[in-house]
Each structure stands twice: as structure tokens, then as C-alpha cells.
Design a protein around this ligand. Structure first.
Ligand SMILES: [Mg+2]
Length: 185
């Protein structure tokens, strides 16, 4: 086992996390709590974690690539993600796997060096394609079963930050990334 702060993970997870150069994320139920606040006028509210946001910023500092593949296309999600250094943003993707394949080609990053974090059935095909498949704590059982790592935190409650911290620590760049962030701000 490997111990990162109070987070204990297997050697297999630590090795896979240490190889990650790009984190690919689902949005609903991963970056959000999975709930949609539907208004009468058709607009929707989504709820994001500010601690996840800091993690996305840290990825920019560390040079870890970020990508988003969402099954839905909600303006709030586009606006939110546009604030972070996300190299690949894809919304309204009914079939996610061709989108991931295109990202692999375009970014020139081996899928072995990618993490994917998801929560529901639409994410399953991607879980088997990447080196570090991750399920949020409250993921559907099939998704949790396909994951190499299940976060302690639920979607929209810091699950993405937990994954980012794990990747940075497994790569041995966590402290220098935090120091660099603090130096810049
Ligand atoms: Mg989802």
C-alpha cells in the first residue's frame, strides 16, 4: 500500500496514477452533485465544488491536461468549465467513446496515461479504455466495479479534487505544484 497524507491506495493505483498526464472528466454527477435545478423558463442551475475548482487550477500549474466529455449540453456547465485550463471540452456527447478516441489522437497522449472519472452507465466504455478508471463514491455499482479507484468523496463534493491530489502526489509533484501556485497568488 502507498500512503499519501491520510489517503491509502494500492501499489497498482499508485503506479497508474503516477503515469497520468491527462484527466478526462464526466460533468453531471462528477463535477456536479448530479442534481439539476430546473427553472420554469427552461434554464438549469448546476452545483459545482469550489475545492474541485482549485484542483483544476493546480492541474494547470502542474501541466496535467484536462478534458471534459459530457452527455448533456447545459450552458452553466460550459460557462463553469471555461474558467479552467481545460484543453478538450465536449458537450452533448451521446456516445462518449469516439470523443475519447479523438482526444487521444489529437493530444497524442497514450490512453494508459489518462484517467477517466465517471459515475453512471454512459461512462462504462471509457472506463476500460484508460490507464486509471475512477468512479466517484456514489457511482452506480457497475461503474464502481469497472474502476481501479473509487474516490472517498461523492460527485460534486470533492471527488475530482481527490483524484487530482492523488495524481499529483503519485507523480511526486504535489508540494512543488502547491508552492508554485502560492508563489503566483
Ligand atoms: Mg454523469
Amino acid at each position: 500500500m502507498m500512503l499519501y497524507g491520510d489517503l491509502e491506495v494500492s501499489e497498482t493505483v499508485a503506479a497508474a496514477a503516477g503515469r497520468v498526464e491527462m484527466i478526462v472528466m464526466d460533468v453531471d454527477g462528477v463535477l456536479t452533485d448530479g442534481c439539476t435545478y430546473q427553472l420554469d423558463n427552461g434554464e438549469q442551475f448546476l452545483r459545482f465544488s469550489v475545492q474541485d475548482a482549485m484542483g483544476l487550477t493546480l492541474c494547470g500549474v502542474a501541466g496535467i491536461g484536462l478534458a471534459v466529455i459530457s452527455g448533456r449540453d447545459v450552458p452553466a456547465a460550459r460557462i463553469r468549465m471555461s474558467r479552467f485550463p481545460v484543453a478538450e471540452m465536449h458537450f452533448g456527447c451521446v456516445h462518449k467513446i469516439p470523443v475519447l478516441e479523438a482526444i487521444i489522437d489529437r493530444q497524442g497522449i497514450s490512453p494508459e496515461r489518462m484517467a477517466y472519472i465517471g459515475d453512471d452507465l454512459i461512462d462504462l466504455p471509457l472506463m476500460t479504455r484508460v490507464g486509471l478508471p475512477v468512479a466517484v463514491a456514489n457511482a452506480m455499482p457497475e461503474v464502481a466495479a469497472a474502476a481501479l479507484y473509487c474516490t472517498r468523496k461523492a460527485g460534486g463534493q470533492g471527488a475530482v479534487r481527490e483524484l487530482i491530489d492523488l495524481v499529483l502526489k503519485a507523480r511526486g509533484v504535489y508540494q512543488e505544484t502547491v508552492d508554485e501556485y502560492l508563489r503566483r497568488h
